[in-house]
Design a protein around this ligand. Structure first.
Ligand code: ZN
Length: 74
């Protein structure tokens, strides 16, 4: 089973939530923008310290931001 676009190449953890729920990217690199699930978007955002997150659903966006914060703190 393939993962969403936000999953890192070496990531084997399964997607969680909608696979098209979130867009993450780097503010200074338009080519970095990817659409993915909440779980992998949060992982990517935790890795990209200058990243941004967009979602039509404000609650989804909040969850991804919170999850990324937890990953950074871990
Ligand atoms: Zn995913």
């Amino acid at each position: 089973m393939s993962l969403c676009s936000a999953a890192a190449a070496d990531d084997t953890a399964p997607c969680k939530g909608s696979r098209t729920a979130v867009i993450v990217g780097l503010a200074d690199d338009p080519g970095s923008q990817v659409t993915g699930c909440e779980f992998h978007a949060a992982r990517r955002l935790a890795f990209w310290r200058d990243g941004y997150v967009m979602s039509r659903d404000a609650a989804v966006r909040r969850r991804v931001l919170d999850a990324a914060e937890r990953l950074r703190a871990a």
